[in-house]
Write a protein that binds this ligand. Sequence first.
Ligand SMILES: Nc1ncnc2c1ncn2[C@@H]1O[C@H](COP(=O)(O)OP(=O)(O)OP(=O)(O)O)[C@@H](O)[C@H]1O
Ligand SMILES: [Mg+2]
Length: 319
Amino acid sequence: MSGAAAEIVFDRVTKRYPGRAEAAVSDLSLTVPAGEICCLVGPSGAGKTTAMKLVNRLIDFEEGDITIGGESVRSLDLTELRRGIGYVIQQVGLFPHMTVAENISTVPRLRGWEKGRTRLRVDELLDLVDLPAEDYRARFPSQLSGGERQRVGLARALAADPPAMLMDEPFGALDPITRARLQHELLRIQGAVRKTIIFVTHDIDEAILLADRIAILREGGVLAQYDTPARILEHPADDFVERFIGSDRGIKLLSLRRLDELELAPLDGAIDLRASGDTTMRDALSQMITHGSRSLVVVDSEGQPRGVVTLDALAALAE
Ligand SMILES: Nc1ncnc2c1ncn2[C@@H]1O[C@H](COP(=O)(O)OP(=O)(O)OP(=O)(O)O)[C@@H](O)[C@H]1O
Ligand SMILES: [Mg+2]
């Protein structure tokens, strides 16, 4: 398995751990279209990690089926299946005694790629995750920051060009600034490589930012809702989902919309605060609040003013 993104389908999957009365995943059916990011969210113990690990069979299951690109994960050779799916976790799991280059090239080497090809791939991936190859290739994991380690983990998962990636709270241990940076990096990288990604997170804001679709699980691994971020925020399926996404749904919805969509008021008087049209309404709102300004000038790519958006207009949209 390598190359183009593959659709992932859960078809009525149930997982029971031995000796436990309640199932960890219950009758789960969902389709992740090829090239999309699906975020699995839900409270602790809701079965997110279990559901994800069923895909590369780190955990086995008996009821239902999971297919990748139309093939049942149970019909695929286990070693090939695991090598064929990129896997990134919070603890990274880099090999401490191997250099960055050796870590990234683990799967290509197992696949018997020749040295030149492997070296080129390592440099290409370091470039993709924004770590200059000359500087980072020969370092050991202990010589990296937490954020850099996560980047190497991501590069390693992408090394053999897998059709699918599984990511379990990969940014969970990072400080908020590094975390935000890596979230945007992931979106940029996804724009370039288009993998099918299942991404587990506790953080609904992270899911809203990253996901094409969000699957919300509740206790017992029951699917509460599977939909686009906007539809989940606009139409939560039930009280559980509504509580899970929080009371500030309106503000969260603003993070999905950009200033370009607004009808702007004409410019009158001097306003210091400026933002480009691709700024999210949520970012614009927080800028206004931070600067104590009741309005903001929207500028075009040349920095020329296009019009004004007011705090009141955004606040009204968030209600
Ligand atoms: N190996 C295991 N044996 C028995 N029960 C398990 C095992 N692993 C997980 N569980 C149980 O299955 C349920 C789902 O666990 P899982 O790790 O999938 O949850 P999660 O949604 O990933 O939680 P968290 O957000 O805390 O990571 C929990 O009730 C957990 O206690
Ligand atoms: Mg988990």
